[in-house]
Design a protein around this ligand. Structure first.
Ligand code: FE2
Length: 330
């Protein structure tokens, strides 16, 4: 009667084991409240030792229960990456759900280039009119910048909290999204390395990163000046720390370029070894949410001449504000 086996709603408690590896232990978050438990059928199944969960038992909309939204928020804090299969999604439902998690973020390419606010980015090679762009198209090439490990919007004054990506059309081969955790990377650092990086800041710069693969529109570039963030960030809900790197991370203020690159490349490498990665192979109907505060991700290649890929993305504005680099001295 009322035992734990009756409860479908589960919550994973993330603990840092003495080994420095993350260890998930599943505990019943509603063990003291059977009413809540019977209202919810969220099932959470971990995907990787360091992060990630597959979640079933809920459907995205703007009418989700407060309890489901609270559970999803908790699961974001705990797992950093949530995969919801078989969602009957529309743009309207996605934006309504996005608003339940916070303020939608204006998509920066359209806003920076034209000044128009839209909350969706289309990922892939299918346009709004249904036409497909191939490998040779400039926009396909531009999106190859997303194949570098990065955290979405880390180059913004207020970076993203989460990204929400829904798959409408997926390639038959390729086009997976790979994820890795900077929280797990931080947990694996030796104490002296943690002490070294604790006081540092890092400059994230979109033009620095994207210009490695394509020309950035001048208006767009002007809208995104380099921004300085703390290199070590902490999740306020659970106190777990991570470092904050990726392709947009350009340099460490006060350090030489070469020393900056050595450190930032080293931290990136420490988080993205093969055993640290979960690659999500998309199915139509998947909705995936990831925590940009502590996660890295990268798209993987697919043949845009052969396949159609259409995914719609929204993002939620975060809470931690950086400093526009150089603004204090102007
Ligand atoms: Fe991304």
């Amino acid at each position: 009667m009322g035992g734990r086996s009756d409860f479908d709603v589960r919550f994973a408690e993330l603990t840092l084991a003495a080994s420095g590896q993350f260890d998930y232990s599943i505990v019943d978050v509603f063990s003291g409240n059977p009413d809540l438990a019977t209202m919810n059928q969220l099932n959470i199944e971990p995907l990787h030792n360091d992060f990630g969960a597959r979640v079933t038992g809920t459907a995205f909309s703007g009418d989700m229960s407060d309890t489901d939204v609270a559970l999803i928020r908790d699961a974001i804090d705990t797992y950093s990456l949530l995969c919801f299969p078989d969602q009957d999604m529309t743009d309207e439902k996605q934006l309504a759900f996005t608003r339940l998690l916070g303020e939608p973020e204006a998509e920066h390419v359209t806003f920076g280039s034209t000044g128009k606010v839209t909350y969706f980015g289309t990922v892939g090679n299918v346009q709004d009119d249904g036409s497909k762009r191939g490998n040779a198209h400039a926009s396909t090439h531009y999106q190859t910048g997303n194949q570098l490990w990065h955290s979405d919007s880390s180059f913004r004054e207020i970076p993203s909290f989460v990204s929400i990506l829904h798959a409408y059309e997926v390639p038959g081969e390729g086009g997976a999204t790979a994820f890795a955790s900077m929280r797990a990377g931080y947990a694996r650092l030796a104490d002296d390395m943690r002490e070294t990086i604790e006081p540092l800041h890092v400059i994230h710069d979109y033009v620095f990163s994207r210009s490695q693969v394509a020309r950035v529109d001048p208006n767009h570039a002007a809208s995104l000046p380099p921004v300085m963030h703390r290199l070590v960030r902490e999740n306020p809900a659970n106190g777990l720390k991570n470092y904050y790197v990726g392709s947009h991370a350009r340099s460490i203020p006060g350090w030489s370029g070469i020393d900056s690159r050595r450190l930032l490349d080293d931290l990136l490498k420490r988080a993205t070894q093969p055993q640290d990665i979960y690659a999500h192979h998309w199915q139509v109907g998947d909705t995936v949410i990831w925590d940009n505060r502590c996660m890295l991700h990268r798209g993987t290649d697919y043949d845009a001449d052969r396949w159609r890929r259409r995914m719609r993305q929204t993002r939620v504005v975060g809470h931690e504000k950086g400093v526009i680099h150089g603004s204090a001295t102007r």
